[in-house]
Design a protein around this ligand. Structure first.
Ligand SMILES: Cc1cc2nc3c(=O)[nH]c(=O)nc-3n(C[C@H](O)[C@H](O)[C@H](O)COP(=O)(O)O)c2cc1C
Length: 264
């Protein structure tokens, strides 16, 4: 009787410990990513391509057809870093990958991860859902679990490349961060800034052999609803990202031939 009681106590303690450990201990995959509770600590930025910037500019192209393939967590890490990641600390300030008027940094990035959209390199995938990028920790935090690509597609005027991409980045602006300093002109600055970030996403995608397309046509309120944006966050741009169905190939030789025709 007493033995049975002790055994059931021991079993309960073991179960509670197991649940606690699996919820809160980091799970480290092959790619250096760790998942702690609702936070995905991304692999730290590093040199992953051998494509010089001029080749990335040459290769940049809007892509709307994807291979049935996930992107990797390292690729997602590099895309997020290029969009809003930290590049340097100066006098206690964190400078980021894209310029910002008066370093007011009004932009926030949400990540929509589809089912089996981001591979962790060990045969498993990032849980499908909506995440928010934390630039300081270079991590993403789960906001909403589940594959919401259908909702994002509907909100984006049913553009199929949005539903079919394994991942989309949604860039939102908090205008007040810039307008408190610059007044109405701050609105212009925020819109210029989102273009800088968009170009970084295009160039990093090209360098990584991925494809993306800038999406400006969508219903703002619906996109905000899908990502559960906070009240002051206004969606400005959506970037579906994936492995292109057909790799884009071109060369400076071809370009030079084009220019010589154009100069005739
Ligand atoms: C502000 C802006 C909004 C855009 N919106 C969309 C869009 O909603 N859907 C889409 O398929 N492409 C969109 N594009 C992509 C353009 O169609 C594309 O950049 C253009 O056709 C030139 O092609 P390229 O990017 O391959 O050079 C947008 C581009 C910009 C700059």
């Amino acid at each position: 009787m007493r033995f049975g009681f002790t055994l059931s106590i021991a079993l309960s303690v073991a179960i509670v410990l197991y649940v606690f450990i699996s919820l809160f201990s980091p799970q480290t995959g092959l790619s250096g990513v760790s998942v702690v509770g609702d936070e995905v600590l991304l692999p730290l930025p590093t040199r992953v391509t051998s494509i010089p910037v001029e080749e990335a500019v040459l290769l940049r192209k809007s892509v709307r057809e994807w291979a049935r393939s996930p992107i990797t967590i390292s690729q997602l890490s590099m895309l997020l870093w290029a969009s809003q990641g930290v590049v340097e600390e100066v006098d206690g300030w964190l400078r980021r990958a894209a310029p910002s008027a008066g370093a007011t940094y009004p932009l926030e990035i949400y990540v929509i991860v589809g089912e089996e959209g981001v591979s962790l390199g060990d045969g498993s995938y990032v849980v499908a859902g909506v995440y928010k990028y934390d630039y300081k920790r270079h991590s993403m935090k789960l906001i909403r679990e589940g594959d919401v690509r259908e909702g994002l597609w509907r909100a984006s005027l049913r553009q199929d490349w949005v539903r079919e991409a394994p991942v989309s980045l949604v860039i939102c602006a908090i205008y007040e961060r810039t307008t408190w300093r610059y007044g109405e002109r701050g609105v212009r600055y925020v819109h210029i800034e989102v273009g800088h970030v968009g170009q970084n996403i295009y160039l990093m995608s090209a360098a990584l052999g991925l494809g993306t397309v800038a999406i400006g046509a969508f219903h703002d309120d619906e996109v905000a609803g899908v990502i559960k944006a906070q009240q002051r966050e206004h969606p400005l741009y959506v970037f579906p990202v994936g492995v292109p169905q057909t790799p884009h190939e071109t060369s400076f030789k071809e370009l030079q031939e084009l220019y010589s025709r154009l100069r005739r």
